[in-house]
Design a protein around this ligand. Structure first.
Ligand SMILES: [Zn+2]
Ligand SMILES: [Zn+2]
Length: 640
């Protein structure tokens, strides 16, 4: 018997009924067969020994494929585990997957420090040099359970992920074997460039109720030079880490008692207010009016809109029972804004109705997923909803995209739009989905926007556009969003009276331009590495009196500078030390005021880039600096 499988170019290939991925590769060509590392069956990465079935879509993975890096990294995780077991036989292994950055392995029953990682790396190097063959081995369920009689984590995996069938897949290299469905590279010698990076803690299965395990992060790359590049980029990212800069500049904190919810300190709040003012000015231009809606609502609100099913079931919503009522913290602002739309009778003439809010929303992210301002539980979205007629869709979307393009330019971000289409949990009729997707795509085309398609990732109520941002060191982040929705108006009974005197459903545009202000600030801090453009800097100018005698003049100059954010350095330090402190605090401009300046009634200006100019008149400085702030200049103009 033979079966037919489909190849990436759409062509069909006939193979034996029990053929493996490797067999498929060999029937395409001997060279490809020899090079096969693994395969993909219907998009899922599998071992080359995996059997294919009728009509499967098959891709062959070689060391030239994009997926190869994941295979290599997972093999590096096994080498780590083998080295660890050689050095600490009592260690209990749990899971060790590959990640976007490398791999990790979670282990129990060991205590490790940085020095131990070096020892383990040396042993990993030995294993690489031993060039052990990595082989797929099958154990019976009984043998597997027996093998792990002292390891409840692996037994748990046997009961959960590997609960089906009696044949359990293991991978063996030398004396070491691990419960694993693969795939792997063919020998340990293939993993040439690797590095262990850090030790962290992680709960078993990501659940706080479970044991805290030791997580070791590492990475592997196809060559030493690629590893060096990776490590260099990582060092640069560490320097820019918003959590570190946030602490140094006293911008925000996330204490243990509010995990995932940030406190913005005065410096951080100054930046946030600048962002809010900027957003408000753009919302005014777009015709939005600002509203304020409550965080705390009865859960029945989201049952009407459909959010309850989408959020509550997946544990993403904070909800609880009190006084026989189910309450929730709002995960989105849509429902509350829709209530405002519904609060009076609407006519076709007043559409679009546009409502905006700095809306505080809460999502129950797992504690292990939280990361500074980038992944939080409580956030403020620069949210807005436009209720429009169908004939207004195109114009509304184009105006929104245009404002988004303009706004991100002010931060020197390169943006790409990501169009996410109909997901499995979609509600509403197919033709509305098609219409919504078409409208978004043609608006993007009309605005000459760069965009990628991401099928199946939309919201339950409509297709989504994600604003993808590339930062100063080439990392990509998702920030803003624009979504078109034909479903919530129907679920929630929103209508307007049309020209024909009949009731019609409006179309809803959901949009958050910078997205979550918290996340935006996290990304922005890393993008600028704390060297904010002057309009955003919490302290724009620091006055450095040469001696205490010049303090009165310093006060006078500060007063002259009016609205500009100025501080006076009044510690009795040398000028050199004062300059250093201002540099450390990333203040854009320093004014150095000594007896010469005081007598002449002028100032000496120094900027963050260490450029300097003496005998400057205060008026000229004030005028140019005000311009720089007003125009939201990215670079410091005065001394350039
Ligand atoms: Zn494995
Ligand atoms: Zn919304």
């Amino acid at each position: 018997m033979s079966i037919e499988v489909e190849l990436p170019d759409g062509s069909k290939l006939e193979v034996e009924e029990n053929a493996t991925v490797e067999d498929v590769a060999y029937s395409i060509g001997t060279g490809l067969g020899d090079d096969t590392v693994a395969g993909k069956i219907n998009g899922e990465l599998v071992a080359k020994e995996e059997n294919v079935s009728e009509n499967d879509k098959i891709e062959i993975v070689t060391d030239q494929s994009e997926e190869y890096i994941d295979v290599l990294r997972h093999s590096a995780a096994h080498i780590f585990a083998q080295a660890l077991k050689r050095l600490c036989p009592e260690a209990k292994l749990t899971i060790g997957p590959s990640t976007d950055e490398g791999f990790y392995y979670d282990i129990d029953n060991v205590e490790l420090d940085k020095g131990d990682l070096e020892e383990i790396e040396k042993e990993m190097q030995n294993i690489v040099e031993e060039d052990l063959e990595i082989e797929n081995k099958t154990l019976s369920r009984e043998e597997a359970e027996d093998y792990y009689q002292d390891n409840k984590y692996k037994r748990d995996i046997l009961e959960e992920e590997a609960s089906e069938g009696d044949e359990i897949s293991f991978y063996q290299q030398g004396e070491f074997k691990d419960l694993c469905k693969g795939p792997h590279v063919s020998s340990t010698g293939e993993v040439k460039a690797f590095k262990l990076l850090e030790i962290a803690g992680a709960y078993w299965r990501g659940d706080e109720e479970n044991e805290m395990l030791t997580r070791v992060y590492g990475t592997a790359l196809p060559s030493e030079s690629k590893l060096e590049d990776f490590l260099e980029k990582r060092r640069e990212a560490e320097k820019r880490d918003h959590r570190k800069i946030g602490k140094e500049m006293n911008l925000f904190s996330i204490p243990d008692f509010s995990p995932g919810c940030a406190h913005f300190h005065p410096n951080g709040m100054t930046i946030r207010r600048e962002l809010e003012d900027f957003i408000r000015s753009k919302n005014d231009k777009l015709g939005y009016t600002e509203v304020r809606t409550p965080e705390l609502n009865k859960a029945e609100l989201w049952k009407k809109t459909g959010h309850y099913d989408a959020f509550k079931e997946e544990g993403e919503m904070f909800a609880w029972e009190q006084d026989d009522t189910e309450w929730g913290l709002k995960p989105m602002n849509c429902a509350n804004h829709s209530h405002i739309f519904k609060s009076k009778k609407r006519s076709y003439k007043e559409l679009p109705v546009r409502l905006s809010e700095f809306g505080n929303v809460y999502r129950n992210e797992q504690s292990g997923e939280l990361s500074g301002l980038l992944r939080v539980r409580g956030m403020t979205q620069d949210d807005g909803h436009a209720y429009i007629r169908e004939d207004q869709i195109q114009e509304e979307l184009e105006r929104t995209f245009e404002i988004i393009q303009q706004m991100y330019e002010e931060f020197d971000f390169d943006i790409t739009f990501k169009l996410e289409t109909k997901p499995d949990k979609a509600q509403g009729p197919d033709e509305l989905w098609e219409k919504a997707e078409d409208s978004l795509e043609s608006a993007l085309k009309n605005k000459n926007a760069n965009y990628d398609l991401n099928e199946g990732e939309g919201a339950f109520y409509g297709p989504k556009i994600g604003v993808m941002v590339e930062d100063a060191i080439g990392r990509e982040w998702q920030l803003g969003t624009v979504q078109l929705d034909f479903v919530i108006p129907r679920n929630y009974g929103l209508t307007y009276v049309g020209e024909d005197n009949d009731e019609h459903y409006p179309v809803m545009v959901h949009r958050a331009i910078l997205g979550s202000l918290d996340r935006f600030m996290g990304v922005m801090i890393e993008h600028f590495a704390g060297d904010f453009p002057t309009w955003l800097a919490p302290e724009q100018v620091r006055i450095l009196p040469v001696s205490d005698d010049n303090l009165d003049y310093a006060e006078k100059v500060k007063e002259e500078l009016g609205d500009i954010r100025v501080e006076i350095e009044d510690r009795s330090w040398t000028v050199g030390k004062k300059i250093q402190a201002a540099h450390d605090d990333k203040v854009p401009y320093m004014l150095i005021l000594g007896d010469d300046e005081e007598e002449a009634g002028n100032i000496s200006v120094r900027d963050r880039e260490e450029r300097e100019q003496k005998e400057v008149t205060l008026e000229k400085f004030k005028e140019q600096l005000s311009q720089e702030i007003e125009n939201k200049e990215l670079s410091q103009d005065f001394l350039s």
